[in-house]
Design a protein around this ligand. Structure first.
Ligand SMILES: Nc1nc2c(c(=O)[nH]1)N[C@H]1C(S)=C(S)[C@@H](COP(=O)(O)OP(=O)(O)OC[C@H]3O[C@@H](n4cnc5c(=O)[nH]c(N)nc54)[C@H](O)[C@@H]3O)O[C@H]1N2
Ligand SMILES: Nc1nc2c(c(=O)[nH]1)N[C@H]1C(S)=C(S)[C@@H](COP(=O)(O)OP(=O)(O)OC[C@H]3O[C@@H](n4cnc5c(=O)[nH]c(N)nc54)[C@H](O)[C@@H]3O)O[C@H]1N2
Ligand code: SF4
Ligand SMILES: [Mo]
Length: 728
């Protein structure tokens, strides 16, 4: 039966009458007015849309989330949130959320299964694999966050599993290694008080952490000179004093030349170098040929600008920084990325800026308590071999303990890895080479994925376990150090669970531990963990749950603090690298894919948009609307190069690499270095379950990049790709 309009109105009227509703309730504006006036509640939580976990208030009315605002007493939010936090609300109300445990059927489809059966089957299969194949063939991979580490790692340790991986090999492994081998860890940066700041592809305005934007505002007010080195005129370049469109993959040459100038003009901090560093003369000898003229040829930045950068940094030192970066320029991008990170560390050492105001610093953490070992014994850390080749006796002895998920995919195909648990992580889509990752992870004997939505990784799992969303659960308290104060912060449950068959991670892990026979390591409730953490403070857990975040005292970093290296000093010379056939002192290495391009060739780079988080927000309607409204799903191409290729604004082009080819529309711009094309990260979802995402044509740069491994730490080299472009 089809309803005519008259009939429809009549039927609605009858239904309303039958339900005894006043006609007023059908009037939207008065309903909206009424809702506005309801006094809602404000409950504390942590944003979950990226790992910064900004403290936030969730405003709740009628048990529904009304809006979110920034928590004032949280170091990361400082009263504000970034756009993505608002999009996170869509996760809670997504009709395609995973609502109950799922099991893959013989036909490759998924059918619901009850918790008891799911956990029983997973425990049986995992126990069998552990017994027959050993813990060396099992892994846990995640986007590392406090609760995932506390409960997930504890379960792995209880089972003697040593292969715990994070997403870092597609994020910032090279930075982690380059800074730990020289200065004992990745430092924070006192941007607010800095006077001369060089960003090498660190884009505060796109790759957002809310508090850092506030610090940048202060720096601008204080007239800090800001240099933005990025092949692309990114969001931060708008507020910079200079944009230097570097040829991608050559930041190492730039840093070596800056060091060369600072040393040859004797502008370095001689006292710091003499007293607090090791191997300076080796470094000095090694870089003597890396002149500004040499670097100018490679980088596309003039020798004059390189000299001015070196002089500007030295003149402002120690309130001067070459930013340690995150993912952008050298987190995991090129064959030379670990060396680039080391070179950046070395330039900062020449400036003598460590633990000085306006320089780099190592924050001290706040005091926290922990569960009493007598009553709640922790399992021992296993010394079993890693499954991913990231170990002393394996292919990547210099790898970090964040591991190598893309190598896991290879080892699975070779039958060397049998089972895996993945939580809050989508390696199949967020690492290069979709087919490699999908085939690898998809051919495990057992893959268990903890998710809220049906990601590409969930699509190849044997079991998908539905976590309730950030708003529906509590988590382990996070503790962070800072320059002036530390922060304790906690996620609390702000609305009732929408779906009774979803569970929090701690609950699932405790139940799984019981089935696996290791319940003795989980003989506590989450509240007990949190009470133990708060023990040094004069606050009860109940009171803390009302606050959500609070500032606590920390010891400020001191100039005389020892560094966390073997010598306690800054190490220009690395014995660890020397012992493992890696260069003990930093020097030039070109990108693996070279620096020469044919007429229609470009290097494909990518980066974050301010309103999306990787693939996590790929299906959120509010944020995707921004993509659509501003048509950001376009490939940036240099306008002059495009003209030479007969390509015009908005044209459809064919973009191809060795392993993949697709089409996209282009954005012609002068805001990009001529040999570079750029596409925003996080799109191009292959999962049909992301119904909103499927309505818009997008690409994922990872499709074009083949499976590859950097030589020193084994990261995924996500920018080692040359593509050709032609008009479609
Ligand atoms: N909006 C948003 N914010 C986020 C995230 C998110 O997903 N979305 N994720 C968070 C995470 S996990 C991370 S790691 C950080 C990342 O923060 P960033 O590292 O700042 O962000 P990216 O966008 O990955 O890269 C920054 C810039 O590097 C440039 N770049 C690419 N190749 C080169 C090169 O060879 N040389 C130079 N000099 N520059 C290059 C790109 O053009 C890009 O503008 O952001 C965090 N914040
Ligand atoms: N092309 C390209 N690739 C990139 C990047 C890039 O710039 N370009 N950036 C890289 C970087 S910097 C990083 S850090 C990695 C990030 O890689 P991932 O760690 O894989 O990143 P996310 O997309 O945040 O994946 C998190 C997954 O967690 C799920 N999730 C969200 N909330 C919850 C929850 O409460 N519980 C559970 N169990 N799951 C949840 C989301 O649905 C999503 O599928 O990607 C890297 N990949
Ligand atoms: S930076 Fe943005 S997305 Fe990340 S936690 Fe903070 S508010 Fe959420
Ligand atoms: Mo990242």
């Amino acid at each position: 039966m089809t309803l005519t309009r008259r009939k429809f109105i009549k039927t609605v009227g009858m239904t309303a009458g039958a339900l005894g509703l006043a006609s007023k309730s059908l009037d939207f504006s008065s309903w909206a007015q009424e809702q506005q006036e309801i006094q809602g509640e404000k409950k504390p939580n942590l944003c979950n849309v990226c790992a910064s976990h900004c403290g936030m208030w969730v405003h709740v009315k009628n048990d529904r989330i009304w809006k979110v605002t920034g928590h004032e007493d949280n170091d990361r939010s400082q009263g504000r949130l970034c756009p993505r936090a608002h999009g996170g609300i869509d996760w809670v109300y997504d009709p395609n959320r995973i609502k109950r445990p799922l099991k893959r059927t013989e036909e490759g489809d998924y059918s619901p299964i009850d918790w008891e059966q799911a956990l029983e089957e997973i425990a049986d299969k995992l126990s069998q694999i552990l017994e027959e194949e050993g813990p060396e063939k099992v892994f846990y991979a995640h986007n590392p966050r406090r609760t995932g580490v506390f409960y997930g790692n504890r379960l792995m340790h209880a089972l003697d599993i040593n292969t715990i991986c994070t997403h870092n090999a597609a994020c910032n492994t090279a930075v982690t290694k380059g800074f730990s081998v020289t200065m004992g860890g990745t430092p924070s940066a006192d941007i607010a008080n800095c006077e001369y700041l060089v960003f090498l592809g660190r884009n505060y305005g796109g790759g957002i952490r809310t508090s850092q934007l506030k610090a940048l505002q202060k720096a601008i007010k204080n007239n800090c000179e800001i240099i933005c080195v990025d092949p692309r005129h990114n969001e931060t370049a708008f507020i910079a004093d200079q944009w230097l469109p570097i040829k991608p993959g050559t930041d190492l040459a730039l840093m070596l030349a800056v060091a060369n100038v600072i040393i040859s003009e004797e502008m370095y901090d001689q006292e710091f170098i003499a007293e607090k560093t090791k191997g300076f003369s080796d470094f000095k000898d090694n870089i003597s040929d890396y002149t500004p003229e040499w670097a100018a040829e490679l980088t596309d930045i003039s020798a004059d600008k390189i000299i001015k950068m070196a002089q500007g940094l030295a003149a402002a030192a120690p309130a001067a920084i070459v930013y340690p970066s995150w993912k952008g320029a050298f987190g995991c991008n090129y064959e030379n990325s670990t060396e680039t990170a080391r070179a950046v560390a070395c330039v900062n050492a020449l400036l003598g800026n460590i633990n000085h105001q306006g320089g780099l610093f190592f924050p001290n953490g706040p005091e926290t308590g922990s569960l009493d070992e007598e009553d709640y014994p922790s399992p021992a850390t296993p010394n079993t071999r890693r499954a991913d080749g990231a170990g002393e006796e394996d292919g990547y002895p210099l790898a970090t303990n964040h591991g190598l998920p893309h190598l896991l995919a290879e080892k699975i195909k070779q039958d060397q890895v049998k089972a895996g648990i993945v939580r809050h992580h989508n390696p199949v889509r967020n690492f290069p080479d979709y087919d490699h990752m999908q085939e690898g992870f998809g051919s495990l004997d057992l893959l268990v994925v903890f998710e809220t939505q049906m990601s590409e990784t969930a699509m190849v799992a044997d079991y998908v376990l539905p976590e309730c969303t950030f708003a529906e659960r509590e988590e382990v308290i996070e503790a962070r150090g800072g320059q002036e104060y530390g922060t304790l912060a906690m996620r609390t449950q702000v609305i009732p669970k929408m779906y009774p068959q979803t569970k929090s991670f701690d609950e699932i892990i405790c139940q799984l531990a019981e089935k696996l026979g290791v319940a003795e390591y989980f003989n506590f409730a989450l509240d007990e963990v949190n009470e133990a953490i708060l023990e040094p403070y004069d606050i009860s857990l109940t009171e803390f749950k009302e606050k959500g975040s609070m500032q606590v005292p920390v010891d400020p970093p001191e100039v005389d603090d020892e560094l966390n290296t073997d010598s306690g000093k800054f190490e220009f010379y690395s014995q660890e690298f020397a012992d493992h056939d890696a260069p003990p002192v930093v020097g030039w290495i070109p990108p693996d894919s070279g620096l020469q391009f044919a007429e229609n060739e470009f290097r494909l780079i990518h980066g974050k948009e301010a309103f999306h988080s990787h693939t996590a927000t790929a299906n959120t309607p509010q944020l995707l609307q921004i993509t659509k409204d501003y048509q950001t799903n376009r490939l940036w191409i240099n306008a002059d190069r495009a003209k030479d290729l007969g390509i015009e604004e908005g044209d459809e082009v064919k973009i191809s690499s060795d392993i993949f080819s697709s089409t996209t529309r282009v954005k012609l711009t002068q805001r990009i270095q001529p040999e570079t094309v750029y596409y925003p990260a996080g799109y191009g979802n292959r999962t049909p379950h992301y119904r909103v995402a499927q309505k818009i044509d997008t690409l994922n740069p990872n499709d074009f990049v083949k499976y590859q491994k950097e030589s020193i730490v084994g990261h995924a080299m996500v920018n080692e790709v040359i593509v050709s472009i032609e008009k479609a």
